[in-house]
Ligand binder design. Structure first.
Ligand code: GRF
Length: 202
């Protein structure tokens, strides 16, 4: 199956997906990476792996709609089965989300439905959480609210700062995202009537 990753920056989750998909037994391949910023470091990483790395510079378009239409065109060209958002820092329109409904997934650095949005590590610490985590979910029209595919939790340690916490969580993200992608690609989890349904293995 064909997988495209959308990024805005560093692309470490994208890199974890690339690494996982290089295993011949993995049920999908990354056929392209699209970034809304031409200087996203992840683009270079993708190129090093001989993956089509396509900048669609948001500054080159007059409106959010025009930029998104260009992203949709680039995506159509790559003809993905699954689209993975990995640190893609732009909200997607209803049109976009509906076009890829059930085939569009995102990783978010909190245990959703706790802490949607930004600064999740700061907020987990401020709330006195003893665990923190990450979530891979289907993308729906409401930000960070789609049905949950997979989650991983880590312990909050004494002395943790947002930086130490995010660094430790990032390692969990890198394990979780390939795992969750595999669940989608092999049909173990799918979105039906707005819910994530897990195939029972009896
Ligand atoms: C990750 O923390 C991810 O959970 C969030 O944005 C960050 C992206 O990091 N959505 P990277 O670009 O994958 O390194």
């Amino acid at each position: 199956k064909r997988v495209v990753v959308l990024i805005s920056g560093r692309g470490s989750n994208m890199q974890a997906l690339i690494a996982a998909t290089m295993d011949p037994s993995f049920p999908g391949q990354i056929v392209g990476v699209i970034a809304n910023k031409p200087d996203a470091p992840g683009l270079e990483t993708a190129r090093r792996h001989d993956i089509a790395a396509i900048p669609v510079d948001q500054k080159a378009y007059d409106s959010r709609e025009a930029h998104e239409a260009a992203v949709l065109d680039a995506l159509a060209e790559l003809d993905p089965d699954i689209v993975c958002l990995a640190g893609y820092m732009r909200l997607l329109s209803a049109t976009f989300v509906q076009r890829y409904a059930g085939r569009l997934i995102n990783i978010h650095p909190s245990l959703l439905p706790l802490f949607p949005g930004l600064e999740t590590h700061e907020r987990a610490l401020a709330a006195g959480m003893r665990i923190h985590g990450c979530t891979v979910h289907f993308v729906t029209e409401r930000m960070d609210e789609g049905p949950i595919i997979a989650q991983a939790a880590i312990a909050v340690e004494a002395g943790d700062t947002p930086d130490t916490l995010s660094e430790r969580l990032l390692r969990a993200e890198h394990r979780l995202y390939p795992h969750a992608l595999k669940l989608i690609l092999d049909g173990t989890v799918r979105m039906t009537n707005g819910r994530a349904v897990v195939e029972s293995r009896r």
